[in-house]
Design a protein around this ligand. Structure first.
Ligand code: UD1
Length: 423
């Protein structure tokens, strides 16, 4: 398995260009199941989760090409309506094919999802929504069997604004005649990107003045071309890595307004930023990092996907900061690894207390989820000495060309595989 070797202590410097959003690309790829016609998607990041999704589309019967971040998808005969566990266990988002398959074939047979080990992550909100739309759902031998004789529009109030459930129900409702109303939905920018794509395919979706999604079902959707929005989590990750290494970095090709809270927080912690329309410049700063607590929340709150990198920044603060993880339980797996690097962190239930130290020290650490893995890389960039990060496959799920981008910013980072490579 690949590992990263990082020689820390260098300030990041230069410009990093942001890739297309993983969390928008995945549901947009899944949405191509709603038509047999050809869809062309640009700026699709070359990531493990994207490649898994392309395999899922191929398994279901789509013909797929992928070159230079451009994906084409079109039907290749009759589509299937089931998925094997082998594909689903790699990525929780695979469950999102349920909505389009149910809409088109009134049936979907999907194993319960796997994905990052960050909590229980049930799919009850998805299933309740499908039931409101007229489907029956039953779990049998680890699979969710969903079928309907007839689907009907409905008013659905989500008990929590789940990103995945919002997308799954949205995609399903596009092909159900009549008006479906989704209330208490997720408002993440990735949802807007999915809606933009679906509307290009001929769907009729809009948000009303109460923030509800109104979907007027149409008979069929057609092919469309779309460019995936910039990745706000990658944007925030590089900005935080720049800050933690006391570097001077322009994060380019992003949508700064998608990270508004993060910019406020970084400035409050002492950093100076220039925020343009499509870039953010983190200025070099050698003063004290002020302790600043954050509480994760659905968008536009502080992104749970940036909680771990924020924690790494706070390991170097002057004082004590509290991080409250309100979206996922069990999302502090990076904390004990950071402690192995000299950080002072204690956790209790959903709250982590971080008391800043002057310097982190290099260590051999393990990533156990995607964003936690980035937080360890970030810590390695700040630490004196050589840090080894194991289980890079988690990080490969969500950061395109990570070593290349960090190397271009002056970092010393190398991928190696102890089973294959010699030192
Ligand atoms: C998506 C993102 C992920 C991000 C998360 C929250 C993708 C591919 N992944 O994941 O990066 O961290 O949003 O912003 O876009 N829940 C239930 N029942 C359900 C569904 C969710 O209880 O049916 C709970 C989950 O256990 C979790 C919370 O709701 O505690 C948020 O989950 P959700 O918004 O659905 O996250 P994902 O869509 O899986």
């Amino acid at each position: 398995m690949d590992r990263f070797l990082i020689k820390g202590g260098k300030k990041l410097q230069g410009t990093v260009h942001i890739s297309g959003s993983k969390n928008a690309a995945l549901p947009i790829l899944v949405a191509t199941l709603l038509t047999d016609e050809k869809c062309v998607l640009h700026r699709v990041p070359n990531l493990r989760d994207v490649r898994t999704t392309l395999k899922i589309l191929q398994y279901l019967g789509k013909q797929v090409t992928y070159q230079n971040n451009v994906v084409t998808v079109e039907a290749n005969g009759q589509l299937k309506n089931d998925l094997p566990y082998e594909l689903v266990k790699q990525m929780r988002a695979s469950f999102w094919v349920a909505g389009p398959l149910l809409a088109r074939f009134k049936q979907a047979d999907i194993p319960l999802p796997g994905g990052c080990a960050i909590g229980v992550r049930p799919v009850d909100i998805h299933l309740k929504g499908f039931e409101k739309l007229g489907a029956q759902c039953e779990v049998k031998a680890g699979n969710v069997l969903i079928h309907a004789d007839k689907l009907s529009p409905a008013k659905i109030v989500l008990r929590f604004p789940s990103v995945g459930a919002t997308q799954n129900l949205l995609m399903c409702a596009c092909l159900i005649g009549g008006e479906t109303i989704l209330e208490n939905v997720a408002k993440e920018p990735e949802i807007d990107d999915v809606i933009a794509f679906l509307n290009k395919m001929g769907a009729d979706i809009h948000t009303d003045d109460k923030g509800r999604l109104i979907i007027r079902g149409v008979k069929a959707l057609h092919g469309a071309e779309h460019t995936v929005v910039a990745d706000r989590i990658e944007t925030g990750s590089y900005a935080l890595a720049a800050a933690a290494t006391r570097g001077d970095v322009t994060v380019a090709g992003c949508v700064p307004e998608h990270n508004a809270i993060l910019w406020e927080d970084l400035q409050e912690a002492g950093f100076s930023l220039d925020i343009g329309t499509d870039f953010v410049h983190v200025h070099a700063y050698d003063g004290e990092i002020k302790p600043l607590g954050v509480r994760t929340a659905p968008y536009p709150g502080f992104a749970t996907d940036l909680q771990a990198p924020w924690m790494t920044l706070m390991t170097l603060c002057n004082g004590t900061a509290e991080v409250d993880e309100s979206v996922f339980e069990n999302r502090f797996m990076h904390a004990p690894e950071l402690v192995r690097m000299g950080a002072r962190i204690s956790t209790e239930k959903s709250v982590a207390r971080i008391t800043g130290v002057e310097k982190l020290s290099a260590a051999h650490v393990q990533s156990s989820d995607l964003r936690g893995g980035f937080a360890l890389v970030m810590a390695g960039l700040c630490a004196d000495g050589e840090t080894e990060v194991e289980r890079v496959y988690h990080i490969d799920r969500g950061y395109e060309k990570l070593e290349e981008k960090l190397t271009a910013l002056g970092a010393t980072i190398r991928r190696y595989n102890p089973d294959k490579d010699e030192f």
